[in-house]
Design a protein around this ligand. Structure first.
Ligand SMILES: Nc1ncnc2c1ncn2[C@@H]1O[C@H](COP(=O)(O)OP(=O)(O)OP(=O)(O)O)[C@@H](O)[C@H]1O
Ligand SMILES: [Mg+2]
Length: 302
């Protein structure tokens, strides 16, 4: 009797302890979360140190012996060196996971490199305010982000002072006017942030339109792999070609036409450059580009 009573009591007694232990676990998780938030806040604090008056005038980009890993010990970018002259068009190709998007992440300073140097117009990007850096590089991504605002507001997002004439000029060049024509209230149609009332191609056109307005010296394009209809596709292509004129462009290319148009093709593998050259030279070499071409691009002729 005494023993069973003891067991029952001890069970009851241990319940609050278990609850306390659980609660402690939750507190611990919360503290860990808060620490992460503070780490992020601290990092952003650091970012504000750079030059706020820096202007990209030429658009020369240089990567010098860049090394980077997202997770310590797992190198993603390995001794990457590349100089891109003003106004040049570079197509970055390579199999999935080779580090193409990472290169863009590093140039935009979404992550800091482990060693080496990245410069824009000769200035180390660590010494440029991140806001200034990001605002001076035009970026057209696969998944374009729109704001909950009108089409007009979305086009002018960089600077609401932009005149309607300028906005419409950019819309003409980027073919966004075609998107506007189909919307019930034209440029005043309200778009949802998820862009549910627009197709992917239309969303991408709007981001290209924005890039026409901000007129950056450096452009980054991550070509969409998903299929849009051929007409939209052609509009996007033409708009991109016009947009890239006289600008330094770094293109993560998926289409053969874009690759052929590039001044130089850079082939990446496991975070470093294995081949560079133009389409014909690289095909002749029968190396990795040739393999990529045969498996990925040959059937993708547009
Ligand atoms: N945020 C991240 N955290 C950890 N590892 C990452 C992160 N982003 C990418 N990686 C890893 O880094 C490597 C390079 O990825 P990256 O996205 O640069 O490849 P990619 O060449 O752009 O590929 P894809 O053609 O599929 O877009 C991959 O091994 C990937 O798993
Ligand atoms: Mg990628």
């Amino acid at each position: 009797g005494v023993i069973s009573a003891f067991i029952i009591y001890s069970k009851q007694f241990s319940r609050p302890i278990n609850e306390l232990a659980q609660l402690y676990g939750q507190i611990e998780t919360a503290i860990a979360g808060a620490e992460r938030i503070f780490t992020i806040l601290d990092e952003e604090e650091e970012d504000k140190s750079g030059d706020k008056d820096f202007k990209i005038t030429e658009g020369v980009i240089e990567f010098k012996n860049v090394n980077f890993s997202y997770v310590p010990g797992n190198k993603v970018i390995d001794d990457f060196s590349l100089k891109i002259g003003a106004g040049r068009k570079i197509a970055l190709v390579g199999s999935t996971g080779s580090g193409k998007t990472t290169i863009v992440n590093l140039l935009m300073r979404f992550y800091d490199i482990d060693s080496g140097e990245i410069t824009v117009d000769g200035k180390n990007i660590r010494e440029i305010s991140s806001d200034v850096l990001r605002n001076s590089i035009g970026i057209v991504l696969q998944d374009s982000v729109l704001f909950s605002d009108t089409l007009r507001g979305n086009m002018k997002y960089a600077d609401s002072e932009i005149s309607d004439e300028k906005m419409e000029e950019a819309a003409r060049l980027s073919h966004v006017y075609k998107v506007a024509e189909r919307l019930p209230e034209g440029y005043d149609t309200f778009l949802t942030s998820a862009g549910a009332n627009l197709s992917q191609g239309q969303r991408q056109m709007i981001t290209i339109g924005r890039a026409f307005l901000s007129y950056p010296k450096i452009l980054i394009l991550d070509e969409a792999t998903s299929s849009v209809d051929t007409r939209t596709e052609r509009h996007i292509q033409n708009a991109m070609v016009r947009l890239m004129k006289n600008r330094t462009s770094l293109i993560i290319a998926h289409r053969l036409s874009t690759i052929r148009d590039a001044d130089m093709i850079v082939v990446m593998d496991k975070g470093h450059i294995i081949e560079t050259g133009n389409h014909e030279d690289l095909l002749e070499r029968k190396g990795r580009y040739y393999d990529l071409y045969m498996t990925q691009f040959a059937g993708n002729e547009t």
